[in-house]
Structures are given as C-alpha cells and as structure tokens.
Design a protein around this ligand. Structure first.
Ligand code: C5P
Length: 236
C-alpha cells in the first residue's frame, strides 16, 4: 500500500560555492566514490527505506545516473529530478515528485556522506511515531548574535542550543503541507523542520553523531576523508 512506503528525498543540487570550485560537491571524490554515492548508499542499504528521489542541478541528471547510480548500483533511486535555486525549493520539487506515493519521508542532505546506519534507523522509527523527528548536536562553542556594526548584540544560553542536521523524518502529508504553506507565505528556511514548526506540529530532536558532518568547505572534505580512513582501519 502506498501510504506504508518510506521514501527518501535527497537534495544535492547545491552549487558548492563555499567549496571554492565550479563543480557540484556531490560529485567530488571521497575515498573510492563520489560524495553523493556515500549519502545514497546509506539509504540504499537501509531496509526501512523503500525508494529514493534525488534532486541535482540543471543538466546534471545524466552525470548522476552515469557516475553515481549505475557504478554503485543504487537501485532504490526511482527519480533523479532537477533541483531549484535554494535547498528548500529542491526539497519542495522532490516532494512534488513523490506525490502521494509514501506515508513517511526521510530528508537527507546529499552533502552528508557519513551518516551511520543506526542513527538513520533511530530517526526513522521516531519520525514514524511522532510525525517529525530530526537529529542534532548540542553546540560546543558559545554562540553570540553579532550586529551589523560588528559588535556583540546578545550572548545566547548555550545549554538550550543545538545544531540541527539531517536526516529529518516526517509524515508525508505533514511535510508536503509545511512546504506548500511556506511557498504560499514566502517563508524561507534552511531546514525542513522549521517549516513544520510553523504549523505548530512538535518536532522531536534526537542526539546525533559528530561524524554525520555536512561537507561544505575544503576543510570538511579533509575531515570526511579522515573519518572514512579511521572507519576503514577499524574494519581491517
Ligand atoms: O547549502 P546547504 O549546505 O544548506 O546544502 C545542504 C544540501 O542542500 C546539500 O546537499 C546541497 O546540495 C543541497 N542544495 C540543493 N539545492 C540548492 C542548494 C542546496 O539541493 N539550491
């Protein structure tokens, strides 16, 4: 039955400007495969995920199939779509592609290649129960709001601050409604949970893992390589 299905939506259409190059970072090599193949691989091997829809940049659809899906046998990917100008737009387009063909949606950044399997499972189970579950980490540094004049405007209470990652898991109808409402009202957010919060549905936060990094800068790529190397060493 369609409503029993769990579909993963993977936004991977960023331009990678903070990486300093012109190519989409999703195609950059990490170990023996492109970054995106790692992120999709975790979803592919998870028995709780039935299908995957990935959003890539305009004109990158064929390269995605040729360089990522075919060589690494990512057979659960049923849709490669063109993303939008923002992450939110890429997710909205992917959700439109999903239509009513799922009961649960797992949103996971294509730029997070090192998501541990057990964290994915834990988040899916929590999302299925509660309708909205995300992973995050308590912040380690002190966070201040800094004014346009370069001076501190406010020091925030660190004990209540978390950095939010993906995966983010939602009931399919809830997340589609949240994106539709945001589009109507012109609300822009940097994650999907923020749009669900606007509907006043509670969002459960699970403690994630530091290794689930988002690769944004060249430094992050170095970190990702080190994490991967230490995993391979542990396995040897
Ligand atoms: O830019 P940010 O770091 O928030 O990107 C998170 C994820 O969203 C990345 O996997 C990136 O490829 C994706 N993204 C997208 N469409 C955009 C911008 C970012 O799918 N227009």
């Amino acid at each position: 039955m369609a409503s029993e299905r769990t579909v993963a939506v993977v936004p991977a259409a960023g331009r990678g400007e903070r990486m300093g190059g012109a190519t989409n970072k999703a195609f950059l090599p990490l170990g023996d495969r492109p970054l995106l193949a790692h992120a999709l691989g975790v979803l592919e091997t998870c028995p709780l995920v039935d299908e995957i829809v990935v959003a890539v940049g305009e004109g990158e659809e064929d390269a995605c199939r040729r360089e990522v899906l075919e060589p690494f046998e990512l057979r659960k990917v049923t849709g490669v779509i063109r993303g939008g100008a923002s992450r939110q737009e890429s997710v909205r387009l992917a959700l439109r592609y999903v239509g009513t063909g799922a009961g649960l949606v797992v949103i996971h950044d294509g730029a997070r290649p090192l998501l541990p399997h057990e964290l994915l499972v834990r988040t899916i189970e929590a999302g299925r129960r509660s309708g909205a579950a995300v992973v995050g980490l308590p912040v380690k540094d002190t966070v201040k709001r800094v004014g346009a004049d370069g001076h501190v405007a406010e020091t925030l209470d660190r004990r209540r601050l978390w950095q939010i990652q993906t995966p983010q898991v939602f009931w399919r109808d809830l997340i589609q409604m949240a994106h539709a409402r945001a589009a109507e009202r012109g609300v822009i957010a940097t994650d999907d949970a923020a749009l669900v919060e606007l509907l006043r549905h509670p969002v459960l936060v699970l403690e994630g893992l530091e290794e689930n990094i988002k690769v944004t800068t060249p430094f992050d790529l170095l970190t990702a390589r080190a994490i991967l190397a230490s995993r391979e060493k542990a396995r040897a």
